[in-house]
Design a protein around this ligand. Structure first.
Ligand SMILES: O=C1O[C@H](COP(=O)(O)O)[C@@H](O)[C@H](O)[C@H]1O
Length: 266
């Protein structure tokens, strides 16, 4: 159960007592959104990130979720990907395949990963084309206020520097508003070549979940959520502001430890 659920203009905060509770709460949340989307649209379009997120989603592979979730209706995307071979240990696809997708009955043709045999620029263009086709057939919804895809859920991690997906502080990719997917070749965190959803796509989603654990992220969480003056707007995590969708933060206590007005009901 969440220790504290506070709604402020930075979304809903769910601060969990420990990692086990966070994993359960996250699995419940994803399963509920999946059920609602399948009921409403017949499909669930979900975008994953890499990093610690996949391990934190691990309970979805266990009972009851492995049997109750309608996996055949899932369409899987990546909010960001490293431009490496799919069998490389840096690949976000490999991470998700090994940790989640190979353990549940996902339809292989519903898994939309990048082409790993072309340049970062070509991979971003191709990925955008694939998403465009799926928007046309409404496997992915479309935003009613922009032409952006409206994913049912985008799951994001947070780096200690405040990056989300592969949008890093002070990087020009943060200003990309024309493309749905862009590429970078100078990531400050290796590997250097990556593709990433742009902010307009992230902010067009029906639901965005920020999943953040550990003390090393506490300062970034504080800067992303608390009202700390004019210097923060360029922090990528702070720019996650779904226009019509819902933002939920899943935090463990160490990650939440620097939040200004944290009221633990202990
Ligand atoms: O490089 C990346 O880092 C972020 C954060 O990863 P974490 O291990 O600190 O949770 C991740 O969300 C992103 O997908 C990945 O490419």
């Amino acid at each position: 159960m969440a220790l504290s659920e506070v709604n402020n203009d930075r979304g809903e905060l769910r601060i969990l007592e420990n990692l086990d509770e966070l994993r359960t709460d996250l699995a419940d949340y994803i399963a509920e959104l999946s059920e609602a989307a399948v009921k409403e649209r017949g499909v669930f379009a979900i975008a994953l990130s890499g990093g610690s997120l996949i391990d934190l989603m691990g309970k979805l592979c266990e009972a009851p979720y492995n049997k109750t979730v309608d996996w055949a209706k899932w369409y899987i995307f990546w909010a960001d990907e490293r431009v490496v071979a799919k069998n490389h240990s840096d690949s976000n696809y490999k991470l998700a395949k090994d940790g989640l997708l190979s353990k549940v009955p996902i339809v292989p043709s519903h898994v939309h990963s990048i082409n790993d045999s072309v340049s970062a620029e070509e991979a971003a263009d191709e990925y955008m084309f694939v998403i465009r086709q799926l928007v046309k057939t409404r496997m992915v919804s479309v935003s009613d206020i922009s032409d952006c895809p409206k994913f049912d859920l985008i799951l994001l991690g947070l780096g200690p520097d405040g990056h989300i997906a592969s949008l890093f502080p002070n990087h020009s990719a943060l200003n990309e508003t024309d493309e749905w997917v862009t590429f970078i070749i100078d990531s400050p965190k290796p590997p250097p070549e990556r593709i990433t959803f742009t902010l307009p796509v992230i902010n067009s989603a029906s639901n965005v979940a920020m999943v953040v654990t550990g003390e090393s992220k506490a300062e970034a969480v504080h800067l992303a959520i608390d009202n700390i003056g004019p210097d923060c707007p360029s922090l990528p995590a702070r720019l996650v502001q779904p226009t019509k969708g819902k933002l939920v933060w899943f935090l463990d206590k160490p990650a939440a430890s620097k939040l200004d007005s944290l009221q633990f009901s202990e």
